[in-house]
Design a protein around this ligand. Structure first.
Ligand SMILES: Cc1cc2nc3c(=O)[nH]c(=O)nc-3n(C[C@H](O)[C@H](O)[C@H](O)COP(=O)(O)OP(=O)(O)OC[C@H]3O[C@@H](n4cnc5c(N)ncnc54)[C@H](O)[C@@H]3O)c2cc1C
Ligand code: SF4
Ligand code: SF4
Length: 1015
């Protein structure tokens, strides 16, 4: 019996690491990107190497297994286990040694591949095992799995690129694994032992190790007698580190890894071969590889069609097609050549074209010498699996036979036969990936809550028979884990299987490291290990928003989904939306885009989109110890993960399966505030649009309230009473606002009046609370620009509604201004938000019906109309309004593109820096802003590559969040601004401007103002 309490006590006493034993924290480490789940005994985040050594020792003494973990992106369950899970990613991510002369780097196991390659780029080098998960996979995890990249035909797998590993053994000592001839101590003893085994088993090794480049099953017993098509070492020497590569955390715990680097290719060209027949594509691969490409990657028709139906990928995928107006090809092969000079690569492209002609397909190659087009296309290929995984419903593409490797000459027959197997079991496979090495990814759609396990077994049996027939490898890329462990003995036979157990025993006599993987594995279809076993149940729940779009089931062959609301989810779609997270870990990426700002500053799993989704899933399926069972959604466990979610909406766009945590946070806030009630701060934030007018119009009150920004003691009292940070200035109240300066009756048009002229010059401009009361200069500037360009502007106000005798919500009669409801959503008052937003939608719908553009200035307000308004039960009218809703820059940029924008802008006297609001980025509205700024002569606008500014509405004002808020801003936004002291800084978000002012003492302006200033 494992003593969890004793384990935690000793870890806390004897190490400096973070120790977690609560069910939510353990639950966040219970899954990887597979179908499996196992609750860890405890989770440990070590800070020092000594912490890890101590943890191994303590766990050993208490008989608790140890499971080292990187990004947790494994597909076979190798990173799940009832063990002490040790997370290397927070503190073990350093480069220890870089030797440019000898071309190697030594790193800690938790470093992420993209980060390593980012640091190597300046030296013209890279680590070339380019897995699709490069943004989140760690070197430790890649070595653990013997991972393989798209370019493995040229560079090999991890085993070909690891030069040495220093690792803790189960007895706590560190051993150095490297060149066998130079080895000593424990490593030498273990090496000798394995050599003896390998020698005895030479005939079995030769008979049973498949002769392919991709074989990752079991341990690399063949290091003394290489069977891989590509030798593990160039000089034929034996490297003991290669024993550990692919050992899935079962033999030793990697402390540091020495890696072989490659020169970054100077030039690359791509030839994309279009095939009308899938079989022909597969059959051609064996001929294409003879041209010496660095990659040959497959994308099949289903994937091409899925990409074409996705607005983010459509344009890019069509660059790969010979004729995008014709029928979609059955398959394309992306053939890459790279080298030091460009001209020979163009010759290679020609050779590819000639080869395809010889193979009976003249004119089938799209030549793509352009590097940026290539990059975009590779992104679509890399997103392949994720495109597939975005399928809604309980049936999901399941990974279990998706990396069998067969010799290229059999690839066409193998894929054809496996397609027939899928059909037999009422499913279908979408094929993609590494045609160059005979490893094609394919996942039949299975419903693990129903008959998935039975079908999985049946398909696996037939697939394995095919692999045997074609002399391939059953496990060719993603490892063994829980999914393929039982197939090791099938692949290698009894004697080698026993030898693997002996190796395990020699390294780890007590079975401390990651038990049940590689040696003594369970059956792959034992539902006790499933994340969604047939017993999985969701608790009934009435969400605040409409999640019916997720509440569907799908057809495994056509992938068509049933009507919204028919999926049978007791949480009315919320649970199914949460379950869309497949743990691929893309939200752990750091360098590009926005997701996930809270993880970027904390590096904690609980402050990550994935951690949040997992915690929600466990809560909604009653798998957490929640004290207040009446409100799992509003429980403290969920509060803990939602605390630092800034509702930036980045995951909505960047999560490959569209997990929309900002909306889920609304659900949490609604449930949580129902449980604990609203604080004074909630009320002050929520009702701001209601009382702003009263304050502004009361003589002397604005000045009185503004004293808070000048007298520290008032700010401190406010912090104490309301939790609003005294370190922050607050938006400045004004006596003169947009509303009390506006001439009565101006900017009031009915939809008919705006549309009447038929000149397309009528627009609606929303006067949101922030731009009307605190920064009315933005609204004035927007009006100036629109009027200069000849537009007639209607500004919604309830006085006009009264004139029109439309309905007026009596509950809101104290305020005459419309409101998008954003502040209510931030305080968890969904009903109030609905009330206010519903009124606005009602007012705007007749304008939308006349196709009148609805323009907003404040991104968070405007995008509420395009986002939350669609899940509040407003029906079709909200959809119509959302189609017309756009930011000022989106409107003006599209008018300019259509040649309809008639304004003259003066030249800028200094360059322009632009920071996009998160919601603006989430809705792809940054490009129009940049296009518009380019219309100002000499502006030379530059986009600041930043994640969230850290203010996120009220988040940055809250005393408990101020430090995190500042860290988010300092990640890249504020340093970029400081680096350009003489530029305009343009930012559309009120709170972004506030953060910039607080952090750099520079004034950022709304885009309307910079345009207005250059008229
Ligand atoms: C969408 C998607 C695409 C993928 N594409 C590819 C691909 O192109 N090529 C490919 O090969 N794989 C791919 N994978 C699988 C996976 O991403 C890779 O295997 C990846 O290298 C795992 O890295 P990780 O840091 O997440 O490792 P983890 O999953 O955390 O760990 C992997 C194994 O290594 C062990 N381990 C981790 N750290 C240590 C350590 N310090 N000491 C000893 N053992 C350790 C773990 O115990 C575990 O057994 C993909 C997965 C997904 C979800
Ligand atoms: S939240 Fe999205 S990006 Fe993150 S692990 Fe889940 S599916 Fe992947
Ligand atoms: S909304 Fe933003 S902060 Fe919240 S989980 Fe998504 S990316 Fe992270």
């Amino acid at each position: 019996m494992v003593d969890q309490a004793e384990l935690a006590k000793r870890l806390r006493q004897e190490t400096s690491g973070e120790v977690m034993t609560d069910s939510a924290s353990r639950g966040r480490y219970a899954t990887d990107a597979s179908i499996y789940q196992a609750m860890p005994v405890a989770v440990f985040v070590p800070k020092t190497a000594q912490d890890i050594a101590s943890a191994i020792q303590i766990a050993g003494e208490l008989g608790v297994p140890v499971l080292p973990r990187g990004g947790g992106t494994s597909q076979c369950g190798q990173t799940t286990g009832a063990a002490l899970v040790i997370d290397n990613t927070k503190y073990f991510r350093n480069v220890l040694d870089l030797n440019l002369d000898k071309g190697y780097v030594e790193v800690e196991p938790g470093i992420v591949l993209d980060h390593l390659n980012g640091s190597l780029k300046q030296h013209g080098l890279w680590y070339p095992v380019d897995v699709s998960t490069a943004g989140q996979a760690t070197i430790g995890g890649m070595a653990g799995n013997n991972s393989c990249g798209s370019r493995s035909i040229a560079y090999g797998n991890m085993v070909h690129n690891v030069l040495g590993i220093d690792a803790w053994l189960a007895d706590g000592q560190v051993a150095q694994f490297g060149n066998y001839a130079n080895s000593s101590g424990a490593a030498k003893q273990l090496g000798d032992f394995v050599k003896g085994l390998a020698h005895t088993l030479t005939p079995e090794i030769e008979a049973h190790f498949p002769k392919v480049l991709r074989r990752v099953a079991g341990y690399n017993l063949d290091i003394f007698n290489p069977q891989s098509e590509l030798p593990y070492t160039q000089d034929g020497s034996v490297n003991l580190a290669h024993l550990l590569v692919g050992s899935e955390g079962t033999l030793a715990y990697f402390k540091s890894l020495k890696l072989k680097l490659a020169p970054l290719p100077q030039h690359k060209v791509l030839g994309i071969v279009n095939f009308a027949s899938f079989y022909k594509a597969m059959d051609s691969a064996q001929h294409i590889v003879k041209l010496g490409p660095t990659a040959v990657e497959l994308v099949d028709r289903t994937m091409i069609d899925l990409a074409r139906s996705n607005p983010s990928f459509k344009k890019t995928i069509e660059t790969a097609l010979i004729d995008h107006t014709a029928q979609t090809p059955e398959a394309i092969l992306l053939v890459e050549f790279s080298g030091e000079a460009h001209a020979p690569l163009l010759e290679k492209l020609k050779a590819l074209q000639e080869l395809m002609s010889d193979l009976g397909l003249p004119g089938s190659v799209v030549a793509m010498p352009d590097a940026s087009l290539q990059k975009n296309l590779w992104e679509v290929r890399k997103a392949g699996l994720n495109i597939m995984m975005s399928l809604k419903g309980d049936g999901k593409p399941v990974s279990f036979i998706e990396d069998c490797a067969v010799p290229l000459e059999s690839l066409a027959d193998y894929t054809q036969a496996l397609t027939d197997v899928f059909a037999k079991y009422g499913s279908r496979g979408t094929w993609y990936a590494h045609a160059s090495v005979g490893t094609l990814h394919v996942r039949p759609i299975l419903d693990m809550r129903r008959d998935g396990a039975q079908k999985m077994r049946a398909v696996a049996e037939e697939a394995s028979a095919l692999v045997r027939k074609y002399k391939g490898a059953y496990s060719g890329e993603h490892g063994d884990g829980l999914c393929r462990g039982e197939w090791i003995s099938w692949q290698f036979g009894q004697k080698i299987t026993e030898a693997l157990a002996e190796i395990k025993h020699a390294f780890d006599p007590k079975g401390l490291f990651n038990p049940g993987k590689i040696v003594n594995p369970p059956k792959m279809d034992d539902s006790i290990n499933f994340r969604f076993p047939p017993s999985y149940k969701v608790i009934p729940l009435q969400p605040a928003l409409d999640w019916s779009a997720w509440n569907v089931q799908n057809d495994p062959v056509t992938e068509e989904t049933t009507a919204p609301g028919t999926g049978g989810d007791p949480a009315l779609g919320l649970a199914k939306a949460v379950e869309m997270c497949n743990n691929n870990g893309h939200c752990r990426k750091f360098d590009a885009e926005v997701m996930c700002p809270s993880y970027r500053v904390t590096r904690d799993e609980k402050h990550l989109t994935r951690g949040r989704a997992n915690t929600l899933r466990l809560a909604l399926s009653n798998q957490l110890d929640i004290k207040d069972e009446s409100s799992p959604l509003g429980s403290d466990a969920i509060k803990e993960v939602m605390e630092l979610c800034v509702s930036c909406k980045a995951c909505r766009r960047e999560c490959p399966t569209g997990v929309d945590m900002a909306k889920m946070k609304i659900e949490f806030l609604s449930a949580y505030k129902k449980r604990v009630g609203h604080s004074l701060r909630d009320l002050a934030i929520a009702y701001l649009p209601k009382y702003a007018g009263t304050i502004s119009n009361t003589p002397f009150l604005p000045s009185l309230l503004n004293l808070r920004n000048h007298i520290t003691v008032i700010a401190k009292i406010q912090e104490w009473v309301m939790g609003i940070s005294a370190q922050r200035s607050l938006p400045v109240w004004k006596g003169k606002t947009f509303w009390n300066q506006k001439a009565k009756g101006s900017y009031q048009y009915t939809p008919e009046q705006l549309a009447n002229n038929g000149d397309g010059k009528g627009v609606v401009l929303l006067a949101d609370t922030f731009n009307a009361y605190f920064e009315d200069e933005n609204l004035q500037a927007a009006l100036k620009v629109l009027k200069a360009a000849g537009y007639r502007v209607h500004i919604p106000h309830k006085s006009q509604q009264k004139q029109n005798q439309s309905q007026i919500d009596k509950t809101n009669s104290c305020s005459k201004e419309f409101c998008c409801g954003r502040t209510y959503l931030a305080a968890g008052m969904v009903d109030k938000a609905k009330e206010n937003l519903g009124e606005l939608v009602d007012h705007l719908a007749p304008y939308a019906d006349k196709h009148i553009p609805i323009i907003g200035l404040e991104p968070s307000c405007l995008f509420t109309l395009k986002d939350e308004a669609l899940v509040m039960g407003f029906g079709e009218r909200a959809v119509r309004v959302s189609k017309q809703a756009q930011l000022l820059e989106e409107f003006l940029a599209s008018e300019a593109k259509a040649g309809k924008l008639k304004i003259q802008l003066k030249a800028a006297d200094k360059p322009v820096l632009f920071h996009g609001h998160c919601h603006q980025k989430s809705f792809a509205a940054v490009t129009p802003a940049m296009e518009l700024l380019k219309l100002i002569p000499n502006a030379e606008p530059k986009l600041i590559e930043s994640s969230c500014c850290g203010m996120a509405g009220s988040f940055g004002y809250e005393a408990e969040h101020i430090e995190v808020s500042k860290l988010m801003a300092e990640a890249s936004l504020l340093p970029s601004i400081r680096k350009s002291p003489d530029s305009w800084v343009v930012a559309d978000g009120t709170s972004c401007r506030h953060q910039i002012a607080d952090g750099t003492q520079r004034e950022a302006v709304h885009i309307a103002r910079i345009l207005g200033a250059h008229l």
